[in-house]
Design a protein around this ligand. Structure first.
Ligand SMILES: Cc1cc2nc3c(=O)[nH]c(=O)nc-3n(C[C@H](O)[C@H](O)[C@H](O)COP(=O)(O)OP(=O)(O)OC[C@H]3O[C@@H](n4cnc5c(N)ncnc54)[C@H](O)[C@@H]3O)c2cc1C
Length: 392
């Protein structure tokens, strides 16, 4: 197999597929997406897919707000069912995080996000099942929700195909090809693909590809566990959903799913590097006990829940827990959309729009400048307000 394209996308997760769709919409010429396994077999398929606007910087709030609008109107704006459901979302803070919470809520309100501070006692009235015990201050973001990460990615991929993008699954890119300071394509096990522009959207696998041309991407892979509990039938039955919760007092997040289950994950940064191709994909007994205990502390009916399964996924953490979006300056024609640090799913609609606009017109969307690769050298790292940088 040996093909010529205008743009090559490496990676068939939600980012690669959103970029592909948006490029096709802009008439970017011949676009080929290369995925080493199958669409959505990377991090996206293991995502919590919580869609919230609670962020620490005005530009990330705007990005999340715009993306939420796409999730809410996905069938009209993209096409197909992304499974978005509004659940509302709580953030619980202990005493030491109260100032950061207040500041973030004010920031969101200034950006037009419907969110409000509530006391620990008010939590149970706003979101049945949550006790609010030990919570110094909370907030409630009413239009946050959850989506289906596989459905979302499949829709982006299908719409991209409809508009002429070729998506090859089972094609492993082994290295990037360059000539005299510019990208010329990629080499794969199946042959060479030639293009003037290549975008790395390969999550925690992007650094290995960048290293093939001497670029050191500041991204490390970290393992993040997720426990699934089946809730007792008398708490919403098989079809009920509860509010999402970022419980910073227990360093967990809870997310309802269909079928009467709740997913519980960790909101802590994980500073130990994992091998993205060889890490523990299941949870230990100790991890299961830990998340079950923390979960029932936050959401009382979970005291009667039973384990329903678990998995671990990989985050692509950057030093400031925000992605690298845009050009990699070392080579003409080389772009990157990676380093989402565990909170990228919700941003995928805007990431696709921004990357496509920039790659086709060279016009950098205003808010995208904050995510430049060069920010780490220039001392312009993005500052999240919480200790849990992975919350953004
Ligand atoms: C447990 C967990 C919970 C999460 N919860 C949330 C949440 O609630 N909300 C939120 O917004 N985000 C969340 N995230 C983060 C979010 O899921 C990710 O930021 C997002 O899915 C990343 O998408 P991606 O397309 O960059 O990566 P991926 O989905 O990993 O896609 C990259 C693709 O590249 C392919 N690839 C790799 N190397 C090569 C190669 N050499 N050649 C060809 N293809 C290659 C891989 O096979 C993979 O399919 C969570 C993540 C995890 C792990």
């Amino acid at each position: 197999m040996s093909e010529i394209a205008d743009i090559l996308i490496v990676g068939g997760g939600v980012m690669g597929c959103s970029i592909a769709y948006h490029l096709a919409r802009l008439g970017a010429g011949r676009v080929i997406l290369l995925e080493r396994q199958a669409i959505c077999t990377g991090t996206t398929g293991r995502s919590g897919a919580i869609v919230r606007q609670h962020y620490s910087n005005d530009f990330t709030v705007r990005m999340a707000k715009e993306s939420l609008h796409v999730f809410q109107h996905f069938a009209d704006l993209v096409g197909g069912e992304c499974g978005f459901t509004t659940t509302g979302m709580l953030v619980f803070s202990a005493e030491q995080g109260v100032e950061a919470l207040r500041a973030n809520v004010q920031l969101q309100q200034e950006q037009g996000v419907p969110t409000r501070l509530i006391s620990g006692e008010e939590v149970k009235d706003v979101a049945p099942g949550y006790s609010g015990k030990g919570v110094a201050l909370a907030c409630y973001e009413e239009d946050a929700g959850v989506a289906d990460p596989m459905a979302t990615t499949s829709c982006f991929a299908q719409r991209a195909r409809d508009l002429g993008v070729q998506i090859y699954e089972g094609v492993h890119v082994s290295r990037i090809l360059t000539d005299h300071g510019r990208v010329t394509g990629v080499e794969t096990v199946q042959g060479t693909f030639t293009a003037q522009k290549v975008v790395l959207a390969a999550n925690a696998w992007s650094p290995a590809l960048a290293r093939t041309i001497g670029i050191d991407l500041p991204i490390i892979a970290t393992r993040h566990p997720m426990l699934v509990l089946r809730r007792p039938d008398d708490f919403g039955g098989r079809f009920g959903l509860h509010a999402v919760c970022l419980d910073l007092t227990r360093s967990i997040y809870l997310r309802p799913d269909i079928g009467g289950v709740t997913l519980i994950g960790s909101s802590e940064n994980v500073l130990t590097e994992s091998d993205p191709d060889n890490y523990a994909q299941g949870l230990t007994e100790e991890e299961i006990r830990y998340f079950a205990t923390m979960g029932k502390g936050a959401l009382t009916p979970l005291a009667r829940a039973v384990p329903r399964g678990n998995w671990a996924g990989i985050y692509d953490d950057t030093p400031d827990y925000h992605p690298i979006l845009g050009r990699l300056p070392q080579y003409e024609g080389l772009y990157c959309a990676a380093g989402f640090s565990g909170h990228g799913f919700k941003l995928s609609p805007v990431v696709g729009q921004w990357m496509a606009q920039y790659m086709t017109s060279d016009q950098l969307p205003d808010d995208m400048q904050h995510f430049a690769y060069e920010r780490f050298e220039r001392g312009q790292e993005i500052r999240p307000r919480y200790n849990s940088g992975v919350l953004g």
